[in-house]
Design a binder for this molecule. Sequence first.
Ligand code: ADP
Ligand code: ASP
Ligand code: MG
Length: 402
Amino acid sequence: MSLVVQKFGGSSVADVEKIKNVARRVVDSKKRIDHVVVVVSALGDTTDELVGLAAQISKLPPEREMDMLLSTGEQVSMALLAMALNELGQDAISMTGQQVEMLTDTGHTKAKIRHVGAERVIQELRKGRVVVVAGFQGVTSEGEITTLGRGGSDTTAVALAAALHADYCEIYTDVDGVFTADPRVVPEAHKLEQVSYTEMLEMAATGARVLQSRSVEYARNYNVPLHVRSSFNVGEGTWVKSEDDIMEKAIVSAVTHDFDEAKVTIVGVPDKPGVAASLFGGLADSNINVDMIIQNVSEQARTDISFTVSQDDIEKVRQVTEEIVSALGAEGSNFDDNIAKISVVGAGMRTHPGIAAGMFKTLAENDINIEMISTSPIKISCVVRRDDGEKAVKALHDHFGL
Ligand code: ADP
Ligand code: ASP
Ligand code: MG
């Protein structure tokens, strides 16, 4: 018996015509595949609009209420798609995160999946129905509604694919696949035929938002092959799979960017044991992901610590850092959201020296100043001024011959 999970992102279900188009595609798939589960995002920019509404009411709304609000978006699209499928004569039923038992922890707005029951999904599939699931939402063991972080419908889809032992998971979006750079920034970027989980994870974590990084982590852990493809044409997209299954390994596979981070600097922190632990412990307790960290050389027993966080978290970060600054007796803090993080990712970097040097030289030749650097065995990231962001991506894409 074949079983496939298909996820359609916001741009694929942006209006009624597009929803009808998705329904036709699903019906078409159902002719070839025994069981089809569809995961949908909210229509178009609905989630951004809901975030905007909340921001007009409160700078720091209760996160539980944010989840109550944001989870409504996906409920609209799931019901409309189920109607469209029924209209085409395909028996279909929509289900919320709670109904598919998408159990999460209590980390509102960025909850992590603990368990996927999917009992009812299986029952409905056995009746020959297509099951349409609301992406992005889950439920805690206390029955509270949660969401999985921006882009979280990808993770809903992969988690269902793993729980249902699907043959693979298809991610339908508004580009033809995973590209060597964001095609909106680098028009010359080209589609990758295949990419390993490890590389895709680094790409997603450094800003290639075509897949949420948690979805890639999940896919790797449960060995779910992913097929990222366009919902507007039938062409083959990009397969994301295990490194062992990939023959050709590029030294550099992609250049990614993240324009949505902010740099926070805590100035004049006493240079003594335990300071970093209490600062980053406080941020972690508030469920804030910290990305890059730099501690400067200390002068007169005081030092500066800089780190980057998602701009979405900035109000929360402000609150936590204020408390920490006074608790630590630091001199103050400042926030800078005019930054861009640019990264070069490639599995071949492990065995080929000189990639970092090539990156720094290219940035220097383009008169771009580097403010922060971080590396992993297969990635190098630099923080630069936001105004230099696009220039940096284009120059690096060109330099590495992608
Ligand atoms: P969806 O609504 O389908 O989830 P997203 O907007 O989350 O779609 O993700 C698709 C977008 O990701 C594309 O429109 C593209 O601009 C962006 N993107 C960024 N980096 C890449 C990349 N390396 N390859 C493909 N798309 C990318
Ligand atoms: N609608 C949610 C968002 O915009 C989830 C998703 O699209 O994956 O982040
Ligand atoms: Mg997305």
